[in-house]
Design a protein around this ligand. Structure first.
Ligand SMILES: Nc1ncnc2c1ncn2[C@@H]1O[C@H](COP(=O)(O)OP(=O)(O)OP(=O)(O)O)[C@@H](O)[C@H]1O
Ligand SMILES: [Mg+2]
Length: 481
């Protein structure tokens, strides 16, 4: 127990009882101190309003003069400061078998109550050791509640920061509907499927769903089903027991265990191999995971959000994705449109990213000339919001805060050039670009070319001689993913 002196406020209107309380505590006066005594409820509230943090425990007589007393007073004190603990002393005339009385008092927020000794016992208000113990216990409870409040406060600040950085910017009716759906999902635990082309904000939506849900204090575990080779994905997701296969020197918990009570975000769900699809179905249906090499299953409670930029229906029709799993995932569907189909968003997103990046660069937020905005509104944005974000960053880099139509064209160039034939680089004296841009362009074309001539992401990575996570990251940076 901490060494601090426990500070008491005594609410008591009879001097005789106040004296008995003081005397009961006397032996512990180095640990417990009655800081103030007040004789009615109003005076107590008035005092506590300004100085509640100067007290740890309140000892109050149940029957005192004035209109404010008893259960009502307990409630009003707890409203001022929820962590403060209240010990109530009642007259012996209270019916001790009346459980309702006790319940009402506890429900109001009292920590403990005792019945005072009859008046012929002049030295003590109650059995001293019990009385002292209850004060110590009340103090401990106060400390615990303070700590819990503090850690929740910290977590809440962190969650607010995450939500701030994952804010969904939009003004189109389509995205407003998406935001409305996310709000409705805050009280709903259903599995969600998010679909939409690359860069439309699927991951962003998944973050918002988790951090606005009741599971927000628990883990949010994103995993990209396409970024791991087939033979690794199952052990990552479900874990394995020691010795279950060559190389399994120790047991390993799967990500589903890590996500227990929280949310798992299964990105690129269409890439999940068939055998893992079966196991995932079991998690969704029975809340059980099949750890490799373990005969007993493990119970988990995980909310699942899946995302894909593929047409999952078509994957089912063509036999690559299990139909039963498709229906289990597609309980609530959020589908995101490419931004060219929601032109209203281009302007607000442009303004948002301009503000964000110019702030980081320490320059004033530039105004967007009309012809630049018109150009952007008419452009196709094949890489969607991700591309728009990159273009704005490039634009500020090229032109700082003073830009015109040529600058925006130049900022979009690498993207425009993507429409060229694969594999051929046409040098154009009217269109000299930087080495970095050329490198990026070449990389983009070659990655795309190899991908189009491979059977899967893992195959592409292997042909390029890259580890799959690196391949994945680079594709994403290029706007290919
Ligand atoms: N409405 C939006 N408001 C603000 N930022 C957005 C919005 N939509 C997307 N972004 C940003 O664009 C980038 C791409 O978004 P995100 O990664 O969520 O897309 P995605 O649909 O998951 O793409 P992919 O299919 O390639 O994985 C991120 O930096 C994200 O923060
Ligand atoms: Mg994504």
């Amino acid at each position: 127990m901490s060494q601090n002196i426990i500070r008491i406020l005594l609410i008591e209107d009879e001097d005789f009882d106040a004296r008995r309380v003081k005397n009961t505590i006397r032996q512990f006066e180095d640990k417990i101190k009655i800081v103030s005594v007040v004789s009615n409820g109003d005076a107590a509230l008035k005092l506590l309003k300004d100085t509640v943090h100067e007290y740890d425990v309140i000892v109050m007589d149940y029957q005192i003069a004035g209109t404010l007393h008893g259960v009502e007073l307990v409630k009003r004190i707890k409203e001022i400061e929820n962590t403060i603990q209240i010990i109530v002393i009642t007259k012996l005339t209270i019916d001790l078998t009346d459980l309702n009385f006790a319940r009402t008092l506890m429900d109001a927020g009292a920590f403990w109550y005792c019945t005072k000794y009859p008046n012929d016992i002049e030295d003590y208000i109650y059995q001293p050791t019990d009385f002292i113990m209850s004060i110590f216990n009340a103090y401990e409870r106060k400390k615990l509640e303070e700590q819990r409040n503090k850690s929740h406060k910290k977590l809440n600040t962190k969650i607010e920061q995450i939500l701030e950085s994952k804010q969904i910017i939009s003004s189109s009716a389509e995205m407003e509907k998406v935001k409305y759906d996310i709000e409705r999902l805050t009280t709903n635990e259903a599995t969600v499927l998010i679909t939409g082309p690359s860069g439309t904000g699927k991951e962003l939506v998944a973050y918002n769903i988790h951090y606005k849900s009741k599971r927000k204090y628990e883990n949010f575990v994103p995993i990209n089903c396409g970024s791991l080779p087939n033979d690794l994905i199952e052990s990552e997701l479900f874990g394995y027991e020691k010795g279950s296969f060559t190389g399994a020197a120790n047991q390993k918990d799967g990500l589903f265990q890590f996500a227990n009570n929280g949310t798992m975000f299964l990105d690129e769900i269409a890439e999940l191999p068939q055998s893992a699809q079966v196991k995932l179905l079991r998690v969704i249906q029975d809340g059980e995971i099949d750890k490799i090499g373990r005969t007993k299953t493990i119970k988990v409670d995980v909310r699942i959000i899946a995302a894909t930029n593929k047409d999952l229906r078509k994957e089912v029709e063509e036999g690559r994705f299990r139909e039963d799993l498709y229906y289990r995932l597609n309980v609530l569907l959020i589908s995101l449109l490419p931004i060219k189909k929601r032109p209203d968003d281009v302007q607000v997103l442009t303004e948002h990213f301009l503000k964000q990046y110019s702030f980081h660069m320490g320059i004033e937020t530039p105004k967007i000339p009309k012809e630049v905005m018109d150009f952007m509104s008419n452009y196709d944005w094949p890489g969607n919001v991700r591309e728009l974000k990159n273009v704005i960053q490039r634009l500020l880099f090229i032109a700082n805060s003073n830009f015109g139509i040529d600058d925006i064209k130049q900022a979009i160039i690498p993207a425009l050039k993507r429409k060229d034939e694969n594999g051929v680089l046409n040098f154009d004296k009217n269109n000299i670009i930087t080495w970095k841009e050329l490198e990026r362009d070449l990389k983009y074309k070659y990655f795309k070319f190899v991908r189009e001539n491979s059977t899967s992401d893992a195959d592409t990575a292997s042909k390029l001689g890259l580890a799959p996570p690196n391949y994945f990251r680079m594709s994403k940076e290029l706007g290919l993913k």
